[in-house]
Design a protein around this ligand. Sequence first.
Ligand code: ATP
Ligand code: LTN
Length: 342
Amino acid sequence: MENSQETEKNFKENKKIVFSAIQPSGAMTLGNYLGAIKSWNQMQDKYRCIFALADLHTITVRQNPENFRKNTLELYALLLACGIDPDKNLFFIQSHVHTHTELAWILDCYTQFGELSRMTQFKDKSKKYADNINAGLFSYPALMAADILLYNTDLVPVGEDQKQHMELTRNIAQRFNGIYGDTFTLPEAFIPKTGAKVMSLQNPSAKMSKSDTTPNSCVLLMDSPDAIMKKFKKAVTDSDSQIKFKQNEKTGINNLINIYSTVCGKSLEETENEFDGKGYGTFKIAVAEAVIGTLRPIQAKFKEYISDPGYLQEKYTQGALAALDISSSTLKKVKEKIGFIL
Ligand code: ATP
Ligand code: LTN
């Protein structure tokens, strides 16, 4: 079947709509993969999925133009390598679809200063980038709400850190619907049971983040097997020696148990039983080997996709056209309700 026909067929079927995005702010981490991308992958058959690279969000932090372009293209290729099928889903680059910025401005006017001030991501990033606390960083969640609400989204697969932004998205949608009548579908966050918050290997009380520059804190999807092994061997753990998940504690061992369980598709308890009586050293090697095994096929496919920029361009252009088509009708509805002359 022709690709565009297949995409159209998927969108006509009466399936729930999934939307999610990831920023091309650096190399993808194991946290991004386990918290979000793995769910994207698993949702492709069951739902109508729309995925984007949130490059407009990325410029809330200053980017070097060369690196930014490279990161965006590489992330697109890496997501294809992770199994995202651009012929089955819409998969595009946010800045190629102008309806996102247009609805974002409108939603800015329905979002309160107080609400945005309470966002923990804004507070964290204001501390981290204290010399550039720009208006975009502040209104970041309104753009994220626009991304989601443009597509009548039912479900949004994200990691735990995005829960607060999802609640705000629902509040904005409810407020708008309250004023103008039913306009937006109320989306729900889809947060996986394990892997939803992978922590830094060097500081288990901070999340593993693409933009963290602490050496050995992040496992990157394109890290070599040696680098992965070294990072896990150096992972910070406590002085205890049992492989036991400690509820309500942000310990390094909890993080490793969580990673291993998610990668191997096991429950936390199954992992504890498997390593009962074994030491941290043995466990760290097992975690590293499981991660290396999962990433090996992804890394091989990435090399194929990145060496074919013509194919990448064809796919992201096709995705953007289809996304513009769907999102334009929501934007038109919103503008009509507000009273713009169309
Ligand atoms: P940045 O460091 O630039 O803020 P990031 O690594 O936090 O980037 P995003 O692009 O903002 O990543 O997030 C993409 C997806 O990955 C989101 O769904 C987010 O919830 C998820 N995610 C990010 N970090 C983690 C983590 N440590 N554990 C689980 N999920 C995560
Ligand atoms: N803010 C998100 C990235 C993002 C997103 C979205 C996620 C931008 N737009 C829409 C889900 C739905 C983050 O992960 N930091």
